[in-house]
Design a protein around this ligand. Structure first.
Ligand code: NAP
Length: 314
């Protein structure tokens, strides 16, 4: 197959991270870019040898004969831009969050189905090599018994500094990164019970949930947005515990309590972690029309957002 021709929408910091990866993967070629501020698109086009700079999505599609598009715009714009992009019936990579509330993501999933558009949403942490090695350690010892995720946000740095709608929907816009890890490690949920509290945010800023997965494992999620804690995951197995704290560093111990490091693969050190394998998964989807695990499409993203909705009590 000839190179996959990609069009990029959005010329911000995350576009740069994707472009670094695309440059190093055989069979991918960025043929055009459009963004709100043309000067930024021009800067990226010069840096990454992108031949065509366009003033709209329509022009990008018309001029560049695309095989796929990547929507890398500001979080509060993703839904609006995706609604337009899906109409061109070209496979889509959509940065998270696809919608700022579950209803928006549901609408996009329905549109993608209606127009038969293969799609993938950018939850890059699903591709961390340390996570997959950690899951292997658990499996080597038996079954997964439990998962504990801490998803504290640094809200003192966020409140008042981002778009108001984005701030009030932060649990969907950003906390779905950590909430989604419960689904990555545990799969589908059988039942969930959650409590919430608030010290400043009207939609809550403290969350605590317990859940049972269909495979029988138990899960816990806690997040205190005004308490410095960071993001972490613990996986509990039979005679073994794996910890990621921070998420990029893995350690496992057995009943001797000796700590064993889990080393990340080179691609997670060279690029923004998860981005290389995420892009390989996207390229495979564009070629075959099939999205392989652990890829998330709009329908799967909706499940994660619905889980966030239950945790938030909204
Ligand atoms: N997976 C991750 O770990 C991760 C990390 C960070 C961000 N993200 C996601 O990536 C996306 C982009 O984030 P970022 O940090 O790159 O943001 P950013 O630096 O603000 O860049 C966003 C870019 O999109 C452009 N844009 C905004 N609205 C547009 C529209 N309607 N049409 C065309 N272009 C538009 C902006 O144009 P202007 O130059 O005019 O502003 C800017 O160039 C967000 O959805 C965010 O949630 C994911």
């Amino acid at each position: 197959m000839s190179d996959i021709k990609l069009g990029i929408i959005g010329a911000g910091s995350i576009a740069v991270e994707h472009l670094k990866v695309i440059r190093d993967i055989d069979g991918l070629q960025v043929v055009g870019i459009t963004s709100r501020t043309r000067a930024k698109a021009e800067t990226l086009a010069a840096e990454f040898n992108i031949p065509s700079i366009c003033d709209s999505i329509e022009a990008l599609v018309e001029r560049c004969h695309l095989d796929a598009m990547m929507i890398l715009v500001s979080a509060e714009q993703v839904f609006k831009v995706s609604q337009v992009a899906v109409l061109f019936r070209i496979p889509l990579f959509i940065e998270k969050p696809p919608g700022l509330v579950p209803e928006e993501t549901r609408m996009l999933a329905e549109l993608a189905k209606k127009y038969s558009v293969a799609n993938m949403v950018g939850y890059n942490r699903r591709y961390y090599s340390v996570f997959h090695k950690g899951m292997d350690v658990i499996k080597e010892h038996g079954k997964l018994l439990g998962i504990a995720v801490e998803g504290h946000e640094r809200f003192w740095n966020i409140a008042g500094k981002v778009n108001k709608t984005l701030q009030s929907n932060w649990i969907y816009a950003n906390s779905t990164h950590t909430i989604d890890l419960l689904r990555l490690f545990g799969g589908d949920i059988h039942n969930i019970s959650a409590v919430q509290n608030s010290c400043k945010e009207k939609n809550g800023d403290q969350f605590s949930a317990v859940m049972e997965f269909e495979n029988g494992a138990l899960g816990n999620y806690i997040a205190h947005w005004y308490s410095p804690g960071g993001w972490s995951v613990k996986l509990f197995g039979e005679g073994v515990t794996v910890e990621f704290r921070p998420l990029e560093r893995g350690v496992w111990m057995d009943t001797s309590f000796k700590e064993n490091e889990i080393n990340p693969d080179d691609v997670d050190l060279k690029y923004k972690p998860g981005f290389f394998r995420q892009m390989q998964t996207f390229a495979h989807m564009v070629k075959t029309g099939e999205l392989s695990w652990p890829g998330m499409d709009l329908e799967a993203s909706l499940l994660t957002m619905e889980m966030a909705q239950k945790i938030s009590g909204r």
